[in-house]
Design a protein around this ligand. Structure first.
Ligand code: ADP
Ligand code: ADP
Length: 223
């Protein structure tokens, strides 16, 4: 089954084309990676999937249902990190998750702790976020996104700016989210080296178009 399906999805900003006729599917339990240079249109596609940007053409189906302008029910089923995450700096990591959970209408302290454990922030959950490094913030952003138990996680450039150790931790985290939590992931990156080792499928985005799709199973099997 498909978690995400787009058909001829397009976005124009005035006369500028940000996304052009993108048709793609993300299967349940899959890690799908968008690969493309800055300005290729990756964020715009993600924002359209999240309902933050209105498409100028094409269709989106999420969880098998057509996305309409006023659809909101599906939002609880999607976690996301699309910009540098913003936190309440003087609240603790755990308090940030609690506030988010209450806002989303689902707060489960156990799920929040499991999320913190998964991103390796259990132990510092009572520290104020203002003491956190970039990598810790990125991981806290992911913990926040998964603390409400979404079925789909959309992450825009989650590895950007991390050191090699942070990148390694992220890779392990993505696989655990897929294998242990059963979450489907859509991840973007401008670097092949970041995405090739985590994605099951890579969609290459260039000038707003999906120019190529590669199944990594096929690649891994032949090497
Ligand atoms: P990527 O995520 O691959 O870096 P983006 O989706 O951010 O690419 O951008 C795709 C193109 O759309 C770029 O040329 C960008 O400048 C343009 N763009 C993105 N958002 C807007 C906006 N709000 N208004 C006008 N142009 C935009
Ligand atoms: P990223 O590189 O993470 O995709 P950008 O720097 O392209 O982000 O965009 C940052 C924000 O500015 C986004 O919300 C995007 O919609 C907006 N934006 C990007 N390009 C333009 C543009 N040419 N005109 C207006 N807004 C833009």
């Amino acid at each position: 089954t498909d978690i995400i399906q787009t058909r001829l999805l397009s976005k124009q900003y005035g006369s500028a084309t940000a996304v052009s006729n993108v048709s793609m599917n993300v299967k349940q339990g899959e890690i799908y990676g968008f690969l493309g240079p800055n300005g290729a249109g990756k964020s715009t596609i993600m924002k359209m999937l999240l309902g933050l940007v209105k498409p100028t053409g094409g269709q989106i189906e999420l969880f098998g249902e057509r996305l309409l302008v006023d659809s909101i029910d599906h939002l609880k089923r999607i976690g996301h990190l699309i910009e540098t995450p913003v936190f309440y700096e003087r609240l603790t990591a755990e308090q940030n998750l609690e506030l988010h959970g209450e806002y989303m209408g689902y707060y489960n302290p156990q799920a929040a702790r499991e999320a913190l454990e998964l991103v390796e922030l259990l132990g510092v959950e009572n520290k104020q976020v203002r003491q956190f490094s970039l990598g810790m913030r990125q991981r806290l952003g992911i913990a926040r996104a998964i603390s409400t138990r979404p079925e789909l996680l959309i992450l825009d450039e989650p590895i950007n700016g991390l050191d090699p150790e942070g990148i390694h931790a992220m890779r392990i985290l993505f696989r655990r989210l897929r294998d242990e939590w059963g979450i489907s992931l859509l991840i973007s990156s401008h670097l092949l080296s970041e995405i090739e080792q985590v994605a099951d499928t890579i969609g290459v985005i260039h000038h707003g178009r999906l120019i190529r799709e590669v199944s990594m199973d096929t690649v891994r099997a032949s090497t």
